[in-house]
Every structure is written in structure tokens, then in C-alpha cells.
Design a protein around this ligand. Structure first.
Ligand code: SF4
Length: 491
């Protein structure tokens, strides 16, 4: 790939919200004329080029500013298959240039006051603050560290405003006792099972509550997806509250796609006040996967990494994004998605590392059908020295039919099913659901042996009746398991 990426801007450039002074408008036009052809610049006004190997991350059709999403592949972006994944290109070049450590810095969301404006004046002002001769001298130094510090003294304040101050460091949770029952079990070394229950597509809650009651004795916590495949369903918050009312523990999933930075903070405060203690932060499937009419695709107000950073600081530092103190901060055990089979394992591990630094305490992975491939990804995570900082629950979906298996393999981003399993499902004919159940047990058996795995996350995709059978036959009943009949008698 050439250093410059001329005329590679897929989306139109942003325009400023306010009328700028004439000299500033000249500066904006100049920056657009220069950086547009060279980098495909969209004039986001919050430039990150130095951190992204001189490839503009705003080319990402989801507008993600902190690494590839879980659907990225080596071949193309999953939202728009006509273009490469820009984050894959950034990682590839950063590795080649030895810039990979830059990829760990938690980068801020857009400051929309600057969108459409130029960024050069900020740099000039900062050089002035540092001192022009000091800056020039530092950059001409023979010492690599001096050059780096001088560069950072100018560009760190420009890209990391006071209200964000992102870094590349791990921030241990600032509390002692486990926040949730899920966290307690994981800390105690239990090999846990969590399970998804599909939120209803209407206001009827009968099936939802039956499914909650069905799976709750078998699992440590129950996840509720947040408009999966960008398709509206009952909210994860409402399902989580109904779960608490039935004496079970929810994991509230929250997709950045449908939120603003204000909305996320408000929703998590409310969720915590209602007793929800586990929150899983996701960027969310692209609107491209949802039904028409399609909403705007190219902008997420915040991404999942930024969501983790904001929520961790709310909880541990007691501050809102804007710095206002929170008298009674939210109490939440923070999780994130991990995608062992998107792009390359070493690239995904960088992204997971960044999530752990931002605040992720547990991962629930995308679906895994290849334990050896999982091990390769786990090794990459281990090399980054974060296995002891995050709990990993591996995603398993029992296959119900060959059609479902083929759909998952070909259509679901980040999911790959080995040929051997596809052939077994096809050959099983009418017995495909039993074959899928047997494959799930084989996978669990293989996966639970892997170093660094702390549990299984069962995503039954509407087949919740299979969950008790999988848990029981895999030998994963919780230590305090009470069969439903006994529980009913004693209550
Ligand atoms: S990060 Fe923003 S300012 Fe920098 S090249 Fe991309 S769109 Fe332009």
C-alpha cells in the first residue's frame, strides 16, 4: 500500500456547523485540498492520522475510531464489500512500521464542535505553547526518546482533550468486593455458563418469562441482546428488569449503534439504580444487516471502546464524560464482545487488549466452532499479558439444522464453521438437531480444557429449550443447582 491513499474518500467530507471567519475558511479549504487527495480526509476536525499509521480511520463505514469491529475480514469490510476494512489496513501497516503500540491508545469520540473544521491551527497553537525552538530542537535530537516525547508534547494534547485523556494503560477496577453474582462466581474460579434469551418482538412477555424460568437454574446470568442485526425488539433494559423480578441475574447488552454519549450514561445510571449489575458494551451490528429503510451508516457517536472508557470512569472515578462529579456512581461489572475469528488473531488481540485497558472485565466471544483456532487467539491474548485481567466466556450456539449452519457460516460476520461440521450437519438429515447438540457437547469439552477460558456463553438463537440439556450433559451444572421441581416445592 502506498503511503498516500489518493482519492479514497467513500463518504463526503463533513462541513462545519457554524460560519467561520474568512482566514479560518481559507485554512479549512487548504486542509481539505491537501489532505483530501492524500489521505481521503473527511474533515472530522479531530485528526488521528499519527495514531492510525497515516490512514484515515474515518473511512470506516461505521465511523469506528478505535479498531476493527467484530465483522472485519482480511478481504473486505462487512458493511460494504466493495472496499477493504480500513482498520485491517491500519493494523497491517502499523505492524509493518513497528507502530503497533500506538494502536492501544483509547481515542476519543468526535468533538462535534470541531467537525468540519481544520486541525492545523490546534497544532500550531500547541507548538507555540511548547516553544518553537524547543520543539524544533527536540525533533532534531538524535535520541529517539527525546524525539518521541517532543512529538507527544504537541500531538497528545491535540488529539486527547481534557475531557477524555485516553491512554494505553490498564486501569484496575477501583473496588474490592464483587459487584455482581457473575463476578463473584468468576472470582471464585467457577467455570460459569451464561445464556442468551431472545427479547420478544412485541409487548407480550409470556415466552420471555417462561424462557427466563427455564434457563435460570442452569446459568450464572442471562444475556439480553440489544436490537441484534439492527432489528428492533423489546429493550435489553426491560428484559433485564423482568429477569431481576424473577430472581435471576441479567447481563444487559447495550449497543453503541443506537445511543449517543448522553444516552449511554443516562441508561447505565438508570440500569444500576434498578439493580442491573452486568453490562455488556458493544458497537452493534451495522444497520446494513437490518430491515429497510436504512438509517445513517457511517457515524457511531461513540464506539464500544469509548463506551467502556466512559462507564469505567463513571464507576471508578465518579465522573460523567463532561467531568461533572457523580455523587452515587453506577455499580456495574463491565463486559465486551471479543471476536477470535475476525481478521487475524494477532490483530483481534490488539483490539481486545484495548478493550481491557478501557475497562472490559469479561469477554463473551463470538461463536466458536474451531477450538484450535480459538487457542491461536488465546495465545495472542496471553502474549499481551492480559489473561489475568479479563474473564473469557466462549460463545457456543448448538446448530439446529444444516440450513442454519450454512447461514451462520456464510452470512454472519466473524463466524466460521469447519467443513467437517457442515458435512456432518448435512448428512444428518432429519436428525440434524441431535447432531448439532452432539457437536455442541464436543466443542464444550474441547474448549473447557483451554488455558484462559473461564466459561461458556450459550447463544441458543430462539432454541432456549436446549440450554438445560446442554448444561446438564456437558457436566456444567452450577454448584448450587436446584432442579426446577424441587425449587417449586420449597417455595
Ligand atoms: S482523522 Fe479526521 S482530520 Fe484526520 S485525515 Fe481523517 S477525517 Fe481528516
Amino acid at each position: 500500500m502506498p503511503i498516500f491513499t489518493p482519492v479514497r474518500r467513500w463518504q463526503p467530507a463533513f462541513r462545519p456547523f457554524k460560519r467561520e471567519s474568512f482566514p479560518r475558511r481559507i485554512l479549512v479549504a487548504t486542509e481539505l485540498i491537501v489532505k483530501g487527495p492524500l489521505f481521503g480526509c473527511r474533515m472530522c476536525g479531530n485528526c488521528l492520522l499519527q495514531e492510525t499509521a497515516l490512514i484515515c480511520s474515518m473511512e470506516c463505514p461505521k465511523g469506528i475510531r478505535n479498531g476493527p469491529c467484530g465483522g472485519s475480514t482480511e478481504d473486505h469490510c462487512y458493511v460494504d464489500e466493495t472496499r477493504p476494512c480500513v482498520w485491517y489496513k491500519i493494523y497491517e501497516r502499523a505492524m509493518k512500521w513497528g507502530w503497533q503500540e500506538k494502536l492501544l491508545e483509547v481515542l476519543p469520540p468526535l468533538d462535534w464542535d470541531k467537525v468540519g473544521g481544520e486541525t492545523w491551527a490546534d497544532v500550531v497553537v500547541q507548538v507555540g505553547k511548547v516553544g518553537t525552538s524547543k520543539f524544533a530542537g527536540g525533533m532534531l535530537s538524535r535520541d529517539k526518546d527525546t524525539r518521541r516525547e517532543t512529538w507527544q508534547s504537541v500531538f497528545y494534547p491535540v488529539r486527547q482533550p481534557d475531557w477524555w485523556q485516553g491512554d494505553s494503560e490498564y486501569h484496575a477496577p477501583a473496588y474490592e468486593e464483587p459487584i455482581s453474582e457473575l463476578e463473584r462466581r468468576l472470582r471464585d474460579g467457577e467455570f460459569v455458563v451464561t445464556s442468551e434469551v431472545a427479547p420478544p418482538m412485541s409487548t407480550a412477555t409470556g415466552k420471555l418469562t417462561r424462557n427466563i424460568d427455564l434457563v435460570k437454574p442452569y446459568v450464572a446470568a442471562i444475556n439480553f441482546t440489544d436490537n441484534p442485526s439492527a432489528t428492533a425488539r423489546m429493550s435489553s433494559l426491560a428484559c433485564s428488569v423482568m429477569t431481576l423480578e424473577r430472581n435471576a441475574e441479567p447481563v444487559m447488552q447495550i449497543a453503541a449503534r443506537d445511543r449517543t454519549r448522553t444516552g449511554v450514561q443516562a441508561e447505565v445510571l438508570g440500569a444500576s439504580a434498578l439493580g442491573i449489575r452486568n453490562v455488556l458494551c458493544l458497537s452493534g451490528d451495522s444497520g446494513r444487516m437490518g430491515p429497510p429503510p436504512m438509517g445513517r451508516l457511517d457515524i457511531l457517536d461513540i464506539d464500544s471502546v469509548q463506551m467502556l472508557w466512559i462507564l469505567r470512569r463513571m464507576r471508578d472515578e465518579g465522573i460523567y464524560l463532561d467531568g461533572r462529579p457523580i455523587k452515587f456512581p453506577p455499580k456495574v461489572f463491565l463486559g465486551a464482545a471479543a471476536s477470535p475469528f475476525a481478521s487475524r488473531p494477532e490483530f483481534q488481540a490488539i483490539r481486545e487488549h484495548k478493550k481491557v485497558n478501557a475497562g472490559a472485565q469479561f469477554f463473551q466471544t463470538n461463536l466458536v466452532y474451531d477450538p484450535d483456532g480459538l487457542e491461536t487467539w488465546l495465545n495472542e491474548i496471553a502474549k499481551r499479558d492480559i489473561l489475568d485481567k479479563v474473564y473469557i466466556l466462549v460463545g457456543i450456539t448448538p446448530l439446529k439444522s444444516y440450513r442454519m449452519a450454512a447461514y451462520m457460516h456464510h452470512e454472519v460476520p466473524g463466524v466460521s464453521i469447519p467443513d467437517a461440521y457442515l458435512k456432518r450437519m448435512e448428512a444428518a438429515g432429519d436428525g440434524a438437531s441431535e447432531e448439532g447438540f452432539a457437536i455442541a457437547l464436543e466443542l464444550i469439552e474441547a474448549i473447557r480444557q483451554k488455558q484462559g477460558v473461564n466459561g461458556i456463553h450459550l447463544m441458543a438463537v430462539g432454541w432456549e429449550e436446549i440450554v438445560p440439556r446442554v448444561v446438564a450433559e456437558a457436566g456444567l451444572l452450577p454448584p448450587d443447582f436446584v432442579p426446577v421441581e424441587e425449587a417449586a416445592e420449597s417455595s
